[in-house]
Design a protein around this ligand. Structure first.
Ligand SMILES: C[S@@+](CC[C@H](N)C(=O)[O-])C[C@H]1O[C@@H](n2cnc3c(N)ncnc32)[C@H](O)[C@@H]1O
Length: 214
């Protein structure tokens, strides 16, 4: 999730170890990442575990913090701008709005295998923006669950791919068409799904960055 331009800011003599994850593909298992961090820190190196967004929002930062503490490695956590905030700002989707959304929830559509699934009944409440992480592979199922729990099929949705990057794409539609929207989009980059009245705001947003560049 970290683009090359960000890596370019690292000091020249830093040793870079790639442990990232492309969508659906794990290059290094989590326990090995933690073991590597401990090994490098104990060898006297300063370790920077670089992540996209915020390490404590669907970033497994909590597990890594626990592992470092257990190993006696001192840790300093730097907060980041999580994808929901970055995508919302970039696509012009207010997460809350006095008339349309009194609450916002960050939720993942991917439960841990054997773990607790999200409570879709609670998430289907009206006047509520959902920012769904890792949600495109289960978009159709998620939409069906929300509608079964009472969310209207006409509820606006937006899918933001590569949010806040130069290749950002924003797709908009309705909850009852979310599956088809995602299927037809050929998404290859990280994407976030917004559900709620506020998602309709994205279409009205002129892109001042593009206009300024033109
Ligand atoms: C493992 S989670 C990591 C989230 C990250 N810690 C954060 O705070 O943004 C990965 C998911 O975040 C979302 N995501 C991350 N970067 C994104 C981006 N630039 N645009 C859209 N979605 C993004 C996608 O839903 C992706 O599947």
């Amino acid at each position: 999730l970290v683009p090359e331009a960000v890596l370019e800011r690292a000091r020249r003599d830093a040793k870079r170890l790639y442990v990232g994850k492309a969508r659906g593909e794990h290059s290094v298992p989590q326990d090995q990442i933690e073991a590597l961090m401990i090994e490098e820190a104990k060898a006297g190196h300063r370790v920077v575990r670089l992540k996209g967004g915020d390490p404590f929002v669907f970033g497994r930062g909590g597990e890594e913090l626990e592992a470092m503490r257990a190993a006696g490695v001192p840790v300093f956590v730097v907060p980041g701008v999580t994808a929901a905030l970055a995508c919302a700002a970039s696509a012009g989707i207010p997460l809350t709005h006095r008339e349309h959304a009194q609450a916002v929830t960050f939720v993942t559509a991917q439960a841990k295998p054997g773990g607790v699934d999200a409570d879709w009944t609670r998430l289907a409440a009206p006047n509520h923006t959902l920012a769904i992480y890792m949600g495109v592979d289960r978009a159709e199922e998620t939409a069906a669950r929300l509608m079964a729990a009472g969310r209207a099929g006409a509820t606006p949705v937006a899918v933001v791919e590569n949010g806040s990057r130069p290749d950002e794409r924003v797709l908009t539609g309705r909850l009852d068409g979310l599956g088809a929207l995602v299927r037809g989009a050929d998404l290859t980059g990280p994407a976030l799904v917004f559900v709620g009245e506020t998602a309709a705001f994205s279409a009205a947003q002129p892109d001042v960055r593009t206009e300024a560049a033109a």
